[in-house]
Write a protein that binds this ligand. Sequence first.
Ligand code: NAP
Length: 247
Amino acid sequence: MLKNQVAIITGSARGIGKEIALMYYKQGAKIVVNYPGDFEKEAAESVVETIRSEGGEAMAVCADVTNFKEAEELIKTTVSTYGKIDILVNNAGITKDMLLTRMTEAEFDAVINVNLKGVFNCTKFAVKAMLKTGGKIINISSIVGLSGNVGQCNYSASKAGIIGFTKTIAKEYGSRNIRVNAIAPGFIQTDMTKVLKESVKEEMNKQIPLKRLGNPEEIAKVATFLASDLASYVTGEVIRVDGGMAM
Ligand code: NAP
């Protein structure tokens, strides 16, 4: 479905990003595995090694998405290596949960910087590179960007911001054949949710019609659909992948 496409997935050394990278490669894409710093280099190189050992093309590129210059370099390195960019998945994200009155300015800023400013930085340079060829942008939002969540005013604001950003860029660049969509995952089993207590997970399961947490592959499948021609007339959309939790 993604033969000869070039895809950057931000924050793809682990978690949902890694699954998207692996699924895109299996569908024929060349993969840029982005990671933010040296501490994640080994994990990023291991994703690249997995792809190369199976005959695919991939490279790891270090860039902190909050850094405007590094985001520009990420896109430039991709274009100079593979000649183009077809798909950008803005997946990098962090949480720093706290009730509003106890949340520090630093906790608020850090989450907005990675989750929202990072999306602006990468999308700006990717869209520039896609203007002549067209392309696909997939932004990983969250159901808490739709519904809000206690203890996550920074995170839910960043994820709601992504939805407004997605719709705006879809309107601005639809005429250039650039499709921009968002995925709003529910609770997915990754390092981000591993920290939750069993009792909290059980409570969540009760609120999910499918009665279980999701897994990263289930996000990757929808990200593959959105990047492929199966979604050729889909833009400005937000797809919930949450077992029915937020309907
Ligand atoms: P994860 O396992 O914590 O992975 C997040 C990835 O983002 C990590 O590889 C991390 O690298 C990277 N990252 C963080 N800051 C970065 C930066 N400044 N520049 C580049 N990369 C950076 O989380 P996940 O669960 O896979 O989440 C992936 C996305 O899905 C996030 O946007 C998250 O908000 C969203 N999401 C997740 C869930 C869920 O239940 N898991 C639900 C809804 C939405 P380091 O480890 O080096 O920091």
